[in-house]
Design a protein around this ligand. Structure first.
Ligand SMILES: Nc1ncnc2c1ncn2[C@@H]1O[C@H](COP(=O)(O)OP(=O)(O)OP(=O)(O)O)[C@@H](O)[C@H]1O
Ligand SMILES: [Mg+2]
Length: 430
C-alpha cells in the first residue's frame, strides 16, 4: 500500500481525534488519579548524548562571529550570571534578528564557565502536542528526574508519556515537580534553561514553564526565553523583564556583509542594505542569493520581510534532485526542534550525498552525522512548499521510522491524518 493509501485507511470520524487531543490538555481543576508511586520509566541513558544524565550540549560552535549586539550580549550574560537577581529574561525580536544566535552564544559561554544548560526549541509541528516542549527540555535529565519524590516523579512521568495513567496529569503538580527538578539540577553548578521560539510551545508546557518561571527567585536557575515579537506567551507576558532586539545598526550591517563570502559591493550592496533594514538573516541570505546568477534579490515589494525570506528559500528548492527534496521534506516534518541530534534511521545521515545540493543552496548545515535547517524559515518554506498529500506521506514515513518511539510515532500518525482516527487517538492518549 502506498503511504497515502495507508493514510486513508487511518481516517475516522473527525471528532474522535479532536476530543482526545483536547483531553491531553488537562483542565485547571483536573486531578490525577492513581499513578502516585506507580512504576514509571524516566531514567536511563540519554539517547541524544549517549551519557547518563549529562548536561545538554549547547550545540556545536559554528564559529560564526556575532556582529554588534554588545549591549544585548552583556545584558544576557548578566542575567545568566547566578549572582544576578534577574532569574528570567524574555528576548524578543522579529524573525531573523538574531535571538537564537545570541542565545546559542550565551549557552556556549555559560557551559564553558561550568554551568549546566538545558534547552528546548518550539516548532510548529509540535505545538498541538501536550507536554512536547517539556519532553524536549527534560529528556537529557531523565536519570535525575528518577530521584524526585515518588508522587512528583510519577506526575512528571505521566506528563512525559512514560506513565501508566491515561488521565491527564494536573498542571500544577507537574509545575511543582519541574521546579523541584530544576532547582536540584542547579545545586552543584548553575543551571541555564533556554526556551527558544517559545510561542510555538504546546500550551501545557507553556503553562508549566511559566509557573516555574514565577517561582525561580533565589533558585540557582536562569531562564532565557526567545520569542518573535507579537507572538503570544501566556503566563510570561506580564511578569518577566524583556530585552528587545531591534535592527542591527548601519556599521554592524556593513560589517556583517563584509564577512560574507564574495561580499556584495556597489548597487547590489546598497539594495541589500535597503531591503534588509538591519535584519541579519535578510542581510546574510540576500547576500547569498546575490551570488547566484539568476537568483539576485527581487525587489522586496509590499511583502513582510519574513514572507519575502520564505520565498527566497522556497525559490532555492526549484530543481533540487528528488532524493534531496524528499529528505528535506522529511526533515521539515520531523517533530523535534533539534534535528541535528535526532535524525531517525531511514532519513539520510549527515554524510549522505542527498544533502549536498541542499547544503550548496544554503538550506541546511551539516554537523558531523546530523543535519539542521539553517533557519526555521527554511523549515517553514520547505514544509509549506509541499502539497498536503506529500506532507501527509512524510509524516507517515516518519511514523514508520519511529517504531521504538510510540509517542513520536503517534504524533506523526496524527499529523498525517486529515481527519481523526480511533487507533491514532488511542495512541495519543496512551
Ligand atoms: N549579531 C549577529 N551577527 C552575525 N550574524 C547574525 C547575527 N544575528 C543573526 N545573524 C545571522 O542571522 C541568522 C538568523 O539569526 P537567528 O536565527 O538567530 O534569528 P532569530 O531571531 O532567532 O529568528 P527566528 O525568530 O526566525 O527564530 C543567523 O543564522 C546568523 O547567520
Ligand atoms: Mg530563532
Amino acid at each position: 500500500m502506498t503511504l497515502l493509501g495507508e493514510a486513508r485507511t487511518l481516517l475516522g470520524p473527525p471528532e474522535n481525534l479532536r476530543t482526545l487531543r483536547r483531553a491531553r490538555y488537562p483542565s485547571p481543576d483536573c486531578t490525577r488519579a492513581g499513578a502516585v508511586g506507580a512504576a514509571c520509566s524516566l531514567g536511563g541513558v540519554d539517547e541524544r548524548t549517549g551519557t547518563a544524565g549529562a548536561a545538554a550540549d549547547p550545540g556545536p560552535d559554528t564559529g560564526e562571529p556575532v556582529v554588534g549586539r554588545d549591549a544585548q550580549w552583556a545584558r544576557l550574560l548578566r542575567a545568566a550570571d547566578p549572582a544576578s537577581p534577574e532569574r528570567v529574561l524574555l528576548l524578543l525580536g522579529e524573525a531573523g534578528t538574531g535571538k537564537s544566535t545570541l542565545l546559542d552564544s550565551v549557552a556556549r559561554r555559560a557551559a564553558a564557565s561550568g554551568a549546566r544548560v538545558l534547552r528546548a526549541t518550539g516548532s510548529e509541528s509540535e505545538s498541538d502536542l501536550a507536554f512536547s516542549a517539556l519532553h524536549q527540555l527534560l529528556r537529557p535529565v531523565r536519570t535525575e528526574a528518577e530521584r524526585l519524590p515518588d508522587g512528583q516523579r510519577a506526575t512528571l512521568c505521566d506528563a512525559l508519556g512514560g506513565g501508566r495513567d491515561a488521565a491527564p496529569p494536573d498542571l500544577m503538580l507537574v509545575g511543582v515537580a519541574v521546579l523541584n527538578l530544576l532547582s536540584a539540577l542547579g545545586g552543584p553548578s548553575p543551571l541555564l534553561v533556554l526556551l527558544d521560539d517559545a510561542p510555538l510551545f504546546d500550551r501545557a508546557s507553556l503553562t508549566v514553564l511559566s509557573f516555574v518561571a514565577r517561582r525561580l527567585a533565589g533558585e540557582p536557575v536562569t531562564m532565557l526565553v526567545g520569542a518573535r515579537t507579537g507572538g503570544r506567551l501566556p503566563g510570561f507576558d506580564r511578569h518577566a523583564p524583556t530585552l528587545v532586539l531591534g535592527p542591527l545598526d548601519d556599521a554592524s550591517a556593513h560589517r556583517l556583509l563584509d564577512l560574507q563570502p564574495r561580499s556584495p559591493v556597489g548597487r547590489t550592496r546598497a539594495r541589500i542594505l535597503d531591503q534588509a533594514v538591519g535584519n541579519p538573516l535578510a542581510l546574510v541570505e540576500l547576500a547569498r542569493s546575490a551570488r547566484d546568477p539568476g537568483r539576485e534579490p527581487a525587489p522586496a515589494g509590499p511583502l513582510p520581510l519574513t514572507d519575502h525570506l520564505e520565498r527566497v528559500f522556497a525559490a532555492r528548492l526549484d530543481g533540487l534532485p528528488s532524493p534531496t527534496a524528499r529528505a528535506l521534506l522529511l526533515l521539515a516534518a520531523m517533530d523535534t526542534g533539534d534535528s541535528a541530534l535526532a535524525v531517525p534511521a531511514g532519513l539520510p545521515g549527515g554524510g549522505d550525498d542527498a544533502w549536498l545540493p541542499a547544503e550548496a543552496a544554503g538550506l541546511i548545515g551539516r554537523t558531523g552525522s546530523g543535519v539542521r535547517f539553517r533557519h526555521p524559515l527554511v523549515r517553514s518554506a520547505v514544509y509549506h512548499a509541499a502539497s498536503s498529500a506529500a506532507r501527509r506521506a512524510a509524516h507517515l514515513a516518519l511514523a514508520d521510522m519511529l517504531l521504538t518511539e510510540p509517542d513520536r510515532r503517534a504524533w506523526h500518525r496524527a499529523a498525517a491524518a486529515p481527519h481523526a482516527d480511533a487507533d491514532v487517538s488511542a495512541d495519543l492518549v496512551r
